[in-house]
Design a protein around this ligand. Structure first.
Ligand code: B4P
Length: 191
């Protein structure tokens, strides 16, 4: 199995690149952000709870997102592999993911971390906010809080994968095609 964690701050290009990678490598795309937004759109109890955190730029609870991902992995038992986009976002989520994959005799092949400076992140997200309708992309203070939460709660996940020798830094500034090519080069080396 080829299991990739696509990592980076909000607006780094995870969702954008995941869409292209899943086609090239025939992987199943698991985006916790997309799953949560679907829950919000259909107004499930989980979605209504998650919306409160997401609108403020905070993380949804580990328990909720870990349960969601486990259900999706189980539902795709024949997958050739997964692209985890926006998950894990805390070290507790990373440890839970290792356990889930171990049950399937699998593991993370690589954690590819996209690096983009804060001003570029804010610019991209405000631009998307103009037509995406996403509440968390429309307010500079909320975007800045998402970056702060990333630095405090999510960035330590890098150490977890670094200790497992799975971490690789990727320059996330440039054209979408240039970044895609950098990611493919990294993946082709680990296959
Ligand atoms: P996500 O949906 O994961 O959203 P994101 O971090 O904003 O990144 P996304 O993948 O959507 O954007 P991308 O970089 O592709 O999370 C949203 C919220 O959900 C979180 O704040 C949190 O509340 C909650 N959540 C999700 N997962 C969670 C978890 N595991 N635990 C707890 N809470 C969780 O793209 C951004 C924009 O940049 C796009 O408009 C794109 O077109 C543009 N762009 C991309 N590449 C570019 C490039 N090279 N140049 C210029 N623009 C580019």
């Amino acid at each position: 199995m080829l299991n990739i964690v696509l990592f980076g701050p909000p607006g780094a290009g995870k969702g954008t690149q995941a869409e292209m990678l899943l086609e090239k490598y025939q992987l199943v795309h698991l985006s916790t952000g997309d799953i949560l937004r679907r829950e919000i759109a259909t107004q499930t109890p989980l979605g209504l709870e998650a919306k409160k955190a997401m609108d403020k730029g905070e993380l949804v609870s580990d328990q909720v997102v870990i349960g969601m991902i486990e259900a999706k992995i189980d539902a795709n038992s024949k997958a050739r592999g997964f692209i985890f986009d926006g998950f894990p976002r805390t070290t507790a989520q990373a440890i839970a993911l290792t356990t889930m994959l171990q049950k399937k005799d699998a593991s993370i092949s690589a954690m590819l971390a996209l690096y983009v400076d804060d001003e570029e992140l804010i610019k991209r997200l405000l631009l998307r906010g103009k037509d995406s309708g996403r509440a968390d992309d429309q307010n500079r203070a909320v975007i800045e809080n998402r970056i702060k939460v990333y630095n405090k709660e999510t960035a330590p996940v890098i150490d977890y994968y670094d200790q497992l020798n799975k971490y690789q830094a990727i320059d996330g500034v440039g054209s979408i095609d240039e970044i895609f090519s950098r990611l493919c080069t990294a993946i082709d080396q680990i296959k």
